[in-house]
Design a protein around this ligand. Structure first.
Ligand code: MGD
Ligand code: MGD
Ligand code: MO
Length: 807
């Protein structure tokens, strides 16, 4: 989130799109309802009616996978009717930048597409530059190639009739949402946008979110109280785990993973450290070398020296253009190319797409170590129905893991609040925290390397490893420490002191930090994640900033890009809900995005400090699949013509192609229905935890499918009948829940049915059904590799025999 949970109450309009916030982020909803009580308009745009819809001013159903059409239409509406926040757009976004002549968009493709590799060469997605390399601008926004005019041109195809035809949303409903959101293009009106999986789990996932970024910039809603682009994060600590690089493509703190294209640290830093000659651009990532070197020092300690590039050479390097995301790891495993590995707190036999494939893939391993709190479908894949355990060669080791309540540690919530939690009771049985297991296993591995040597012992033996696992000690290491006595300005720090903030991190080896964004969480003042202090200044209290409660990354800033909440002289756009203000030569309110004076001051800076140029990106050349969002159909689509272009699906989408990864053709008459999948309030994700919690299982005991009354009638299905849902990948049994929550939509003049299913029921819980993910596609967004769980094609029929469900 650019904001935090409490800040939602400051919104005038709340657009919840692609999330069931009331059921899956109930804390967010407390503040949505507070906004509503204060007069905000709350809107839910979602294929399905849920408890979120029930508490909104209005719910608008749309066809799954058509959000870019819906939001592209809104962009056109805002630009055509001059409803954008002009000063903000001109001063703070790249609307005025002149796009290079070489850039073009034709037939659904941007310039530079290579049909063989299905990737773009992005060299034409650039701006005309002056002699200093600074982008040329036309502040009147009239230049035909300025970003604003290029956007107007791009979205001129997104008229209301076309948008209505493709999304299945009536024109009346479109206008209701568009008018409400567009009403916030004024300095004193703000909309917040809240999203989760309904946007991310598509082959155009990142571009869905880019739409929110673009709209919020057009309306001047980024940096403001009650504004922003708000990702409601998943698994209990998914924010923390991405900060610490649970992902294959990042090192902790959002640095690219090294590849063989960058053999030396110098190559790596050169490729990943942006430069600008514009004195007004902070270009924060110019500091990357300090963060990367501090990370390497944190990992390798005294062994990391300038002479050995701080151990950069010891890091594993991935191959550029080879896929490593979990979708493709399982693809490799299915193809027999992986021997063994570790799975902690993850139940892929339930939660990955096309689980027939995932389950077969697991049996191709020689060995598998699982850290779990329960015996899940992943632990027990070797004895699943239809499998003879004798035929499975995989040796499976189960490590009993203790639960959250049984260990100390931190969690980072969606609002980037980094919070300590205390152990409530001793771990049950032989169970242990995962951190303990990792420390102990590595100790064992290190002593074997010491004794026996090995192929490449250096990184293992040089790691600054730990004697024993201790959460407090790890929190200190994450923050970072000085490795020698240093003087910075008029302050002196001793070897071993905690680093006060990331501004003190250095590229010379004098500091460590296991994740630079967390530097300051455990500085000389102690562990700030334990703070539960409610005090705030009257100005902070107006917007509920609570700066002394826990600690937020970065540098305890609660609302990021807050320099965009003030005009160029530092006066708040919305004085009633001030985030920061420049008064008597200093900033008050939230921690500003850097201490420099406001933009109009001779020493002032542009507000979007994380972008090289310093401006909010309407035109965003950083994404691999286009600088402007474009509507493409999901990989499996019920229609045969895309009204926006000749290109049906995202040309760059990632597809795992094994012999059991079939995709239905566009408009395949065998599979005319769109299937979407989701979580339940009463269960957690793959259900490994919650199906083992009797009260929750009793509340939601078995797999069902939500189908409309109209579809039920067409198929001769009654509420409570068991039906078969079938796709090209597999079939699943579920109880029909005939409901008004799903509505048939009119798409391109024809009736289209959508159905929805939870994905938490699995065979280890007898009689509840089995993985919905046997139905889904191995297709992913090209930027993130998040699978397209939210739209595939299926058909339904009444079951003649019930085998998986208890009746
Ligand atoms: N109780 C409970 N809470 C949870 C979880 C849980 O399992 N149980 N899981 C946690 C995790 S890991 C996560 S990631 C989050 C997930 O939080 P959510 O994203 O809220 O979870 P989903 O159930 O996937 O709901 C997404 C919504 O998107 C809608 N949708 C589907 N396709 C589209 C589309 O194309 N466009 C739009 N606009 N909407 C669409 C669905 O109908 C659904 O209402 O929740 C977290 N919280
Ligand atoms: N069809 C469909 N599929 C989806 C989604 C969807 O919307 N639709 N959503 C996707 C999303 S967003 C997510 S996040 C994934 C989630 O799917 P998974 O990553 O598979 O997560 P869970 O199902 O929550 O499994 C977590 C496991 O960890 C165990 N566990 C709990 N606490 C601990 C602990 O402290 N230590 C250890 N070692 N284990 C513990 C639990 O018993 C549980 O089995 O599913 C994805 N799959
Ligand atoms: Mo998630």
């Amino acid at each position: 989130m650019t904001q935090h949970w409490i800040d939602i109450k400051n919104a005038d309009v709340v657009l919840i799109m692609g999330s069931n916030a009331a059921e899956h982020h109930p804390i967010s909803f407390k503040w949505v309802l507070a906004a509503k009580d204060a007069g905000a308009t709350v809107i839910h745009v979602d294929p399905k009616f849920s408890r979120t819809s029930a508490r909104c001013d209005f719910h608008v159903p749309l066809r799954s996978g058509t959000d870019i059409a819906f939001l592209g239409g809104l962009m056109k509406y805002i630009m055509d009717k001059d409803l954008y926040f002009k000063d903000y757009v001109v001063d703070y976004t790249n609307a005025s930048f002149i796009v290079s002549e070489g850039f073009s968009f034709k037939d659904g493709l941007f310039s530079g597409f290579d049909p063989v590799t299905k990737t773009y060469d992005r060299k034409t997605w650039t701006f005309d530059k002056d002699e200093n390399g600074i982008p040329k601008k036309d502040k009147t926004l009239q230049h035909p190639r300025c970003v604003f005019q290029m956007m107007k041109q791009h979205y001129s195809r997104y008229g209301i009739d076309t948008v209505s035809g493709i999304t299945g949303v009536s024109k009346e409903n479109l206008l209701k949402v568009w008018d409400a959101v567009a009403s916030t293009g004024k300095p004193t009106k703000v909309a917040t946008m809240m999203y989760a999986l309904g946007w991310t789990q598509h082959s155009v996932g990142v571009q869905n979110i880019r739409c929110a970024g673009i709209l919020q910039l057009l309306l001047g809603n980024v940096g403001m109280a009650g504004g922003g682009v708000n990702a409601m994060r998943g698994e209990p600590n998914v924010q923390g785990s991405t900060d610490h690089a649970l992902l294959y493509d990042a090192l902790p703190g959002y640095h690219s993973v090294p590849t063989t294209a960058w053999p030396t640290l110098a190559d790596y830093l050169k490729a990943n450290t942006p430069v600008t000659k514009d004195p007004k651009s902070v270009n924060w990532w110019q500091n990357r070398p300090k963060y990367v070197v501090s990370l390497l020092k944190g990992w390798f300690g005294d062994a990391a020296t300038p002479e050995n590039e701080f151990g950069y050479g010891w890091l594993p390097k991935i191959e550029p253009n080879v896929e490593y995301a979990s979708l493709f790891m399982f693809d490799k495993m299915y193809k027999g190319k992986i021997k063994g590995g570790f799975i902690y707190g993850h139940n892929p036999a339930m939660s990955m797409p096309n689980t027939h494939k995932i389950r077969k893939a697991l049996s191709n391993l020689d060995w598998l170590v699982i850290g779990e709190a329960h015996e899940t479908e992943t632990c027990a894949f070797w004895r699943q129905p239809g499998t003879d355990p004798k035929s499975v060669k995989t040796e499976v080791f189960m490590l009993p893991s203790c639960q959250r309540g049984e260990k100390d540690g931190t969690t980072s919530n969606s609002g980037r609040w980094h919070m300590w939690h205390y152990k409530g009771y001793e771990p049950a049985g032989d169970s242990k925290p995962m951190g303990w297991m990792v420390v102990e296993i590595m100790k064992g591995v290190r002593s074997l390397y010491k004794k026996e040597g090995g192929a490449f012992p250096t990184p293992i033996l040089n790691a600054d490893w730990y004697e024993q696992y201790d959460a407090d000690f790890m929190a200190k290491k994450i923050n970072g420490q000085f490795t020698r006595d240093v003087t910075i300005g008029d302050k002196q720090y001793k070897k071993g002191d905690q680093v006060p903030a990331f501004a003190m991190l250095a590229a010379d080896g004098s500091t460590t930090s296991l994740c630079w964004v967390y530097a300051g969480s455990y500085g000389p003042g102690g562990n700030l994640t334990k703070r539960r202090d409610h005090t705030q200044t009257p100005m902070q209290a107006k917007i509920g900033l609570f700066p002394n409660y826990s600690w937020a990354w970065p540098v305890n800033r609660r609302i990021i890009y807050n320099r965009a909440s003030v005009d160029v002289n530092g006066k708040p756009f919305n004085p009633a809900k001030t985030v920061i203000a420049w008064e008597e030569g200093k900033w008050i309110g939230d921690v500003p995005d850097g201490p420099a004076p406001p933009m109009a001051d001779p020493k002032g800076v542009y507000p979007f400090i994380m972008h090289t140029e310093g401006f909010g990106q309407l035109f965003g050349p950083g994404r691999v699949d286009g600088p402007l969002p474009e509507h493409y159909e999901p990989a499996e689509t019920p229609i045969t013509a895309n009204p926006f272009s000749k290109q049906m699906s995202n040309p760059c989408m990632k597809v795992a192609e094994s012999d059991i990864d079939a995709l239905a053709k566009n408009g395949d008459p065998r599979f005319p229905i769109v299937l979407t999948t989701y979580s339940l309030t009463e269960h957690w994700c793959g259900g490994g935890d919650t199906r083992n919690t009797p009260a929750l299982l009793e509340a939601e005991p078995q797999l069902y499918v939500e189908i409309s009354q109209e579809l039920a009638k067409e198929k001769g299905v009654k509420n409570g009948d068991v039906i078969i849902i079938e796709t090209l990948r597999g079939k699943v049994e579920a109880v029909a829940m005939v409901t008004v929550r799903m509505t048939p939509l009119t798409v391109q003049g024809k009736t289209l049915h959508l159905i929805g299913m939870p994905f938490c029921f699995g065979w280890t819980t007898p009689g509840c059904g089995d993985a919905t993910n046997r139905l889904t596609v191995s297709v992913a967004d090209p930027n993130t590799r998040i699978p397209e769980y939210k739209a595939c094609l299926c058909n339904v029929r009444k079951a003649d025999k019930v085998t998986e469900l208890q009746r």
